[in-house]
Design a protein around this ligand. Structure first.
Ligand code: ATP
Ligand code: MG
Length: 148
């Protein structure tokens, strides 16, 4: 149940978010079953912690879960600094850091996300936030048809 896995990773990050007076909005009321190893929680923890880290104080992070054909799509939307088109594919490379000012990190978070999603035969990417500044990271995972 990916809904409860994401819920758990947002709970873990609430202190991180409230330190910046940020809210994490989570839009998934029902359980969504996907074919995944429990390591998948790291994907959501990395994406949501990036969304918090690269956003200004008092902004928000929105997490949505939707059914898309044979996939479940999870999106993490932020209203932060955004990612330029020329960096959209390379941010997934190991040790790649685009804007090194201020915030610390190893540059491994998104490489781990990408590899983990590849192992699951899913899909991951980033686009601009259509509502203005910021980014939308999406993850697609194969739905698990039978409810356990
Ligand atoms: P860590 O290994 O601690 O996660 P990191 O956050 O620097 O380090 P990644 O998570 O791999 O590394 O992200 C790579 C780079 O992509 C970041 O350094 C940052 O420049 C950019 N980035 C990632 N997420 C966002 C985001 N939501 N908004 C803007 N830039 C981002
Ligand atoms: Mg990171």
């Amino acid at each position: 149940n990916v809904t409860s896995i994401i819920e758990h990773s947002t709970e873990i990050l609430t202190t991180h978010a409230s330190n910046k007076e940020m809210d994490i909005e989570f839009n998934a009321k029902e359980p969504h079953y996907v074919l995944a190893n429990p390591i998948i929680e790291t994907v959501f923890t990395n994406l949501i912690s990036n969304a918090i880290k690269y956003s200004p104080e008092k902004s928000k992070v929105v997490v949505d879960v939707k059914e898309e054909g044979e996939f479940t799509e999870i999106t993490v939307t932020d209203f932060g600094e955004g990612i330029k088109d020329e960096h959209k594919s390379t941010v997934f490379d190991r040790f790649k850091r685009v804007n090194k000012t201020g915030v610390r990190g190893s540059g491994l978070g998104l490489a781990i996300v990408k590899r983990t999603i590849e192992l699951h035969k899913g899909d991951v990417g980033v686009r601009d936030n259509p509502e203005g500044q910021g980014s939308v990271f999406f993850v697609k995972l194969k739905r698990y048809a039978e409810e356990p």
